[in-house]
Design a protein around this ligand. Structure first.
Ligand code: AMP
Length: 268
């Protein structure tokens, strides 16, 4: 019989504010190793360390797991974060997000999307036509959970990412999250940059164009970041979409293409 599978979720906060999180799906025999690794990420860091961290473990039904392919990965190198945001705007428009909605989403993340200008724990769900926010709780947002690389694919995906210098847990976990998001019903595009002050890379992803990394999306030291999921409410029931993002277990068994980084300038 196959080993039992567990959804592992790590949450960490610092002075009551979201600090870090991670989502994995692991076999019972790897639980100890994975939970220890996730916890040490947030309590051992040399510069900033969480003051509260939780790991929760929940058994999942293996019959409910669906298998998907990770999106293609492209990387754009930009001169600075302002150029990065201009590129993000362009990529969102290419993904069928209206210009004003894309601009508003970028501004919302830049200003701090949670009440009081803080960082959200999850993502904004945004109506792609009107720009209206659809998430019920503007501090929590939508938390994508229950996704990971399939055990049999882990080594090969890491090898492929390493061949382009991308084999860092941040890249891998963001790619897996974005991979689940682009599979979701009614999902048009995603915009993301991290709230970690030292991690300035972000991305725009969409079902058609895949996972498009942008080297700079914010100035170094900026503690604001977040995610926006652009959704077409005419194409799906919102409850179905949210249920898929938060509950549906998804394992990825292969990665598409990884393209070599390209330099992007405004006149392209
Ligand atoms: P990170 O890439 O981990 O720095 O996360 C950047 C931002 O994305 C966070 O501040 C949250 O707003 C959001 N976020 C992080 N993890 C998730 C998740 N599992 N589901 C939805 N949004 C998330």
């Amino acid at each position: 019989m196959d080993e039992p599978l567990f959804s592992v979720r790590m949450r960490a906060s610092l002075m009551g504010k979201h600090f870090a999180g991670a989502e994995r799906i692991v076999a019972a025999s790897s639980l100890g190793e994975v939970t220890a690794e996730l916890m040490s990420r947030v309590v051992n860091s040399a510069d900033e360390c969480a003051d509260e961290a939780y790991c929760s473990v929940e058994r999942i039904n293996p019959d409910e797991v669906i298998f998907e392919l990770l999106p293609d990965v492209s990387t754009f190198k930009v001169a600075d974060w302002e150029a990065g945001r201009r590129l993000a705007q362009r990529l969102l428009v290419d993904a069928q997000v209206p210009e004003a909605v894309a601009a508003n989403a970028i501004k919302t993340l830049a200003d701090g999307a949670a009440p009081g200008g803080h960082v959200m724990r999850g993502a904004i769900l945004m109506d792609v036509q009107s720009g209206r926010r659809l998430e019920a709780d503007m501090a929590r947002g939508i938390r994508v959970s229950r996704m990971d690389l399939a055990t049999g694919a882990r080594q090969e995906v890491h090898r492929q990412l390493a061949s382009q210098g991308l084999d860092h847990y941040r890249v891998c976990e963001a790619l897996v999250l974005a991979g689940k998001v682009v599979c979701a019903p009614g999902l048009v595009a995603e915009l993301c940059w991290s709230d970690a002050p030292d991690y300035v890379t972000g991305y725009v992803s969409s079902p058609r164009h895949g996972y498009q990394r942008i080297s700079d999306m914010k100035p170094a030291g900026d503690k604001l970041g977040g995610r926006v999921f652009f959704v077409d409410p005419a194409a799906t029931e919102l409850s179905m979409l949210i249920d898929f993002l938060e509950q549906q277990p998804v394992l990825f068994n292969a990665l598409g293409q990884i393209y070599s980084p390209q330099v992007w300038t405004d006149d392209e």
